[in-house]
Design a binder for this molecule. Structure first.
Ligand code: ZN
Ligand code: ZN
Length: 253
């Protein structure tokens, strides 16, 4: 079970490693699974590959590209990545425009269109397409400490994503229901304080261990999450690494 899980933020709105460039968008690298996964690709051609180079991430070590949803700030770097490595499987929501499916195919990549929850490799699942208007998939990883959810923008709401992750666990019967970590854009820039507080208490009721809101979460929500979860709210920015080992250690302390 993903005991060596490590997530490295390549692109985010905020900076963690001073050397890295930042922009409105999200991308992270997920290591320690059967397959190495690039989750989203940031907003543009340059930023993804530049930050990958600064983080000494070799594109050829990546097996799978997982695109959460069609927004440019998550798909903009795809082309530049495929120029470096097209020997990958690209998981996209089935609702993607044809252009975004044809592009990776033209590079020779294998495109997997996702509708329903789906197993990607050992211990890693897509939630399937979630949401009415913006259809988005999130990644759910099984660890022996609980589930790790990675969301791009969580346009349908992080609670909805967490619920689907909970359904995933009953579908395959193997995932534990407890959510260890919910990470990614929570899309709460325009949410009211009381709406944000409701989300925080729902997450808390679900027994979530750690939260790592970033990207489009918004300053107001970031502040409230930090206030509520304290050290269990991880500060995320480009260059930050979150590993299962770190989470275990901070849970012990
Ligand atoms: Zn979005
Ligand atoms: Zn976004």
């Amino acid at each position: 079970m993903a005991s060596q899980l490590k997530i490295t933020v390549i692109c985010d709105n905020r900076k963690y490693d001073r050397q890295l460039e930042i922009a409105w968008g999200f991308a992270c690298l997920i290591q320690g699974l059967e397959k190495t996964i690039l989750f989203d690709t940031g907003p543009d051609h340059r930023l993804l590959v530049n930050n990958m180079a600064k983080l000494a991430i070799d594109a050829n070590t990546i097996d799978t590209v997982f695109l959460s949803h069609l927004h440019r700030d998550h798909t903009g770097g795809l082309d530049s990545f495929l120029q470096k490595n097209s020997d990958v499987e690209v998981y996209v929501p089935q609702s993607f425009p044809k252009r975004l499916k044809d592009e990776p195919r033209a590079y020779g990549a294998k495109v997997v269109e996702v509708t329903e929850p789906l197993n990607i490799c050992e211990d890693a699942y897509s939630t399937g397409q979630v949401g009415k208007f913006i259809k988005e998939q999130s990644l759910v990883i099984r660890t022996d400490e609980g589930l790790v959810i990675v969301a791009g923008c969580a346009h349908a709401g992080i609670i909805k994503v967490a619920k689907v992750a909970g359904v995933l666990h009953t579908v395959n019967g193997l995932l534990t229901g407890k959510i260890l970590l919910a990470m990614g854009g929570f899309h709460l820039e325009w949410a009211t304080k009381s709406a944000i507080r409701k989300i925080i208490s729902a997450l808390e009721r679900s027994g979530v261990g750690f939260v790592a809101p970033c990207h489009c979460t918004g300053e107001k929500a970031l502040g409230l999450f930090k206030e509520h979860f304290g050290n269990n709210c991880l500060s995320i920015g480009a260059g930050k690494t979150v590993s299962l080992d770190d989470l275990r250690q901070s849970a012990d302390s």
